[in-house]
Write a protein that binds this ligand. Structure first.
Ligand SMILES: *Cc1c(COP(=O)(O)O)cnc(C)c1O
Length: 460
């Protein structure tokens, strides 16, 4: 008989029972169904890995947030932040709920128009709007949020040339007590740039100043920062009225409310520490209501909330490829999904739960993706039950940014499925194919042939 290869034995503490260091067992209940659809059936039908979106969760998140604001302030409008997740099916759920669109590029603008959003309900943000983008937005009567002086001058030129009067707002950045300050977008409040831009717009009269905008950060944990921002925008609006007799129609507070993910390096879980939307709504609405507007002149309050409305509606199902021992004895599990489709694993400790029954034994392990890249680490250490090849896991709270920032790398990006309110899955983006990737490639004629070891080859 052939001698078996020697393998160094490892002594490893297995934790018995289902407690983690917080004493909860939430991470350790098998997660077998998403909105009534079986995780195993989904992967059989649509492959693994697979992104799954809960329509029910999006709608309930939206309704809760909308209620939080509408019960505190008379005029509220949400605008869906396209870059957070711009799969058309997702956008249309938000539009069905009454959301406008908030876009930050010509590409996103076209997406919103193609989805059927009226131009006047597409808010155009961002520092990179081309001359053509601006002309399209003006023709469609969209509110354009000016980011810098060059854009302001471009708009004034287009207005002079075409005789149209674009609807504009300025984006304002400010000290809200959060550092480092987000001062690269828009005009600064404290140093007078914001007033400078306002004066240029009001005195030249080519542009119709309809709103004031800010977006003070993302995954903001301090509700007080929003009180300060709302107070500063209200102050500008009230003084514009005083100085120019002009009513500002809306104040747009941007996005930035956190989802319930756990930031890397934080000791407590996000679900236990993140403020609720009610708390943000209280901060913002109180601030505007107390600012001194006449009741009939209260501006419309616009919110561009992204991640807080979609993150926990998104799941990623994956399969175990293999287990191994690292040189230091730690257990490592290799999954079939990598950081290229889960960018947020760089910032969050995503909750991962097995999708089938498991034993009581758990072990601290590293979770790797399948890429041939050292950085492909999904969790540096997580306590999970022992998993074997082809076991399924569900990664939670991945609905924001992953499906727009994902990168095609080494293999094909997975399908995305939306589970409707009745529990029926609908494919909303197909798994990529080699053809969908290569359709944009061109091989010059002279590179189409080569010979290897004397055998002539010709491609495509
Ligand atoms: C990204 C972005 C949003 C959405 O931000 P979240 O943090 O996802 O809520 C809203 N407004 C603007 C201008 C943005 O750039």
């Amino acid at each position: 008989m052939k001698k078996l290869q020697y393998e160094r034995p490892v002594l490893q503490l297995l934790n018995s029972g289902t407690m983690n260091k917080y004493g909860t067992k939430t991470e350790y209940a098998p997660f077998t169904h998403i909105d009534g659809a079986s995780v195993h059936d989904l992967t059989e039908k649509f492959g693994s890995p697979l992104f799954v979106i809960s329509e029910k969760k999006i709608r309930s998140n939206f309704k809760d947030a909308n209620r939080s604001f509408k019960t505190r302030y008379p005029k509220v409008q949400f605008a869906w932040s396209y870059k957070t997740n711009y799969l058309n099916a997702v956008c249309n759920v938000f539009h069905q709920e009454g959301s406008w669109a908030e876009v930050v590029s010509g590409f996103e603008y076209s997406k919103a128009l193609n989805n059927g959003v009226p131009g006047s309900k597409i808010i155009f943000n961002g520092p990179d709007k081309t001359d053509e983008d601006l002309r399209t937005a003006i023709l469609n009567n969209s509110p354009i949020h000016i980011d810098h002086l060059d854009e302001l001058y471009m708009l004034q030129e287009i207005s002079e040339e075409t005789g149209q009067r674009p609807k504009v707002a300025i984006r304002v950045n400010m000290d809200t007590g959060i550092y480092p300050m987000w001062d690269r977008f828009g005009f600064n409040y404290e140093n007078g740039q914001a007033w400078d831009a306002i004066n240029k717009i009001m005195l030249n009269d080519k542009l119709d100043l309809v709103g004031l905008h800010c977006h003070i950060g993302t995954f903001m944990l301090a509700t007080n920062a929003y009180s300060i921002a709302a107070a500063k925008l209200s102050d500008l609006a009230i003084n514009i009225k005083y100085k120019y007799k002009k009513n500002i129609q809306y104040i747009d507070m941007g996005g930035g409310f956190p989802s319930r993910n756990t930031l890397k390096g934080s000791y407590l879980l996000g679900v236990d520490t993140v403020p609720t939307i009610d708390q943000f709504a209280e901060a913002i609405c109180t601030s505007i209501l107390n600012a001194g507007f006449l009741e009939e002149e209260l501006p419309l309050l616009i919110l561009e909330t992204g991640r807080a409305l979609i993150d926990d509606a998104g799941f990623l199902i994956g399969s175990v490829i293999s287990n191994k021992r690292l040189s230091d004895g730690r257990r490592a599990v290799i999954m079939d999904f990598g950081v290229n489709i889960m960018f947020t694993s760089f910032w969050y400790d995503h909750k991962i739960t097995p999708a089938q029954e498991f034993s009581d034994f758990t072990e601290d392990m590293v979770v790797y993706g399948p890429l041939c890249m050292n950085i492909d680490v999904i969790r540096e250490h997580v306590t999970l039950p022992l998993l074997k090849r082809n076991d399924k896991v569900v990664v939670h709270t991945v609905g924001a940014y992953n499906m727009s920032q994902w990168m095609q790398f080494i293999s094909l990006r997975p399908a995305v499925v939306m589970i409707d309110k009745k529990g029926v899955p609908h494919e909303i983006r197909k798994r990529e194919t080699i053809n969908s990737i290569e359709s944009e490639e061109i091989v010059p004629e002279y590179l189409k042939t080569f010979s290897l070891n004397g055998i002539e080859k010709r491609t495509g």
